[in-house]
Design a protein around this ligand. Sequence first.
Ligand SMILES: Nc1ncnc2c1ncn2[C@@H]1O[C@H](COP(=O)(O)OP(=O)(O)OP(=O)(O)O)[C@@H](O)[C@H]1O
Length: 678
Amino acid sequence: MKCGDIVYRSTLDPSLYNEAGFDEKTVALLAPVLAYLFLPPGVLPGAIDYYIRAPLKRKQTKAIDKNDIVLGKRLGTGGFGTVFKGELKEGSLKTPIIIKKAKEFGEAEVWMNERMSRVAGHHVAEFVTAFDESLNVPMPAVAGKRPAPAQPTSPLDANSIWLVWVYEGDNTLSSLMEKREFPYNLEPLLFGRELRAPRGPVRELVTIKEAFRQLLAAVAACHSVGIVHRDIKPANCIVSDRDKKIKLIDLGAAADLRIGINYVPNEYLLDPRYAPPQQYIMSTQTPKPPPKPVAAFLSPILWAMEKPDRFDMYSCGITLLQMVFTHLRNDNALIAFNKRLQELKWDLPAWRREEEAKLPAAKGALAESLEAGFEALDADGGTGWDLLLRLLAYKPSDRPSASEVLAHPWLTSAPGRTASLQRSLSGSFEATVSTAAAATSTALTAAGKSLGQAANAAGLASMEEAILKSNQGALTEAQLMEELGLQEPAPVAPREGSQTIAWWQERQSELRVRLVERREAMSESTPSGAAQSAMQVGSALNNVRGKGGKPAAPAAAAAAAAAAAAGARADAKVKIPNILGAKKPASGGGSNGKANGNGNGKAAPAKAANGNGNGNGNGNSSGNNGNGAKQQLFGGLLGRKQQPAEEVAEEPEEEEQPEQETASKKERAFNLLGVFRR
Ligand SMILES: Nc1ncnc2c1ncn2[C@@H]1O[C@H](COP(=O)(O)OP(=O)(O)OP(=O)(O)O)[C@@H](O)[C@H]1O
């Protein structure tokens, strides 16, 4: 087009050459489509996150395995794994971390953490990475020292996944609520210092509201990307020392409803103390998720109709109740409250009437807790009570969403306008003991009362603290079930094993390649270490081949060889979590195809590079055939440096080719999103 053309065209009516932008009809057509794509849980943002942000972020993730970690104190053993404190070693730098060796739900928890780590605002504990227990690429030798031996794998942990987070601090909302100074003990953690105001209900409300607001902000962040946490409770709210805010932890039970990860319609995973009456996040009639792209496209409809996020809102309501009523911080009292509420058909005003009727006769700590709690909720024009009523509504659709709660007057108003609030919300911690006792068994009542009296008389505060400790936070799942009259664990519907596995295997293959590269780089940067590492090659070859290996000269191959040996020692078995139905991925091919792609892409070009890719993928994930997998793994990893690998790498490659082809075709046919297979 020449200059004259432009002058000429610019004199025309825009409608004649259609350069006036979109016409009205197009806008009218496109606007609703666009709006739909942005409706919660966000189809379009989800696609951008999945296809662009996730791969970019994964590339930035540290490639580590257990050789980079020093395990420390065990913090606890939950139903799904064991949690440790520890350190991440990076040269001389040591970062405090938390490690969970997850036996169940590990993959799902990784998925949820990775997704949430891409949401702005740091609303969950900072996730570092995750890897299979079997991933074991030893560190190269350090100058003057012998090479570090590969970490042994305990048979008990053989199938676990290590999840690693940055250590956020010692306190959870639950551990703070157990203390008599609550909510004052939250002040330095949230505000960086103690508040300069006289102690009393107004000051306490400031902190309680702020804590609740932060919890709601975190819940809103999960919901904004289609994740329902399903285990919101004070014990899963870590108070971050680093960021001075409340963050969520323990996403193992969360469901990603954008595409249906970790969601089975008639399955419930819940802590009955905090779960809503329906127990499920959506109607059990909801069909199983369709193929992923369809599920993703339909997710706004499902979200709007079923309101799955309201499951978490009920749990937030119970958490608020515990923050306000001292006596309900006790497990037994909370269970008694839940039972009574059930008997009252979740009529919270009826519960209040009952409790208020008891007040004239009630004494001591229980009375204090009830009076202070109701007063706090009635302050600010009764907005607190209104909010609690809404959160604990029986029907999910009657509960507000997290963002609606954030805009609720109780959270937006200045706290404690009612000056008549005189009593302290924290009250006396005796309430916990005596009320819990009254609420449960006679024996416990007697014990609680006598202990309470003894404490009153003798001022044995430390003794009460001990009782409190034994009563709180220590309730095991078994006790809980006994309390609730359940004989067996809540039924968990079998899942389709391949759902998360393909994604996990692909992730593992990629991680293994990057880890070997990192170890190589480390050994190259320490020349004497490289020499010593090279010594490992012979034994690594022996381990893998079961015969005398060639001496391996290239130092950089040492780490890879060690990795091969380690990988082979792990028998290259596929990890199939029980919770996912222990169903092997059909032919193991889905992941093979993917692993090849990754491996090839990352490895050195040339023949041996194929071996590399295959080796990684199969060795790590197929588990079809122990020996074959070992050979591929060996061939694959060593193939990176070509010399020792070629003869070994090529054989299995030819054998596996047709299966891999079929598998990757299958993968493509089954999985339009490219990762998940149903
Ligand atoms: N990032 C973190 N920083 C500091 N402490 C943490 C972190 N993550 C977890 N913890 C601590 O570890 C404990 C257990 O974590 P988590 O709840 O995730 O494990 P779990 O196996 O699901 O335990 P449970 O079954 O008791 O819920 C938490 O209560 C908390 O004290």
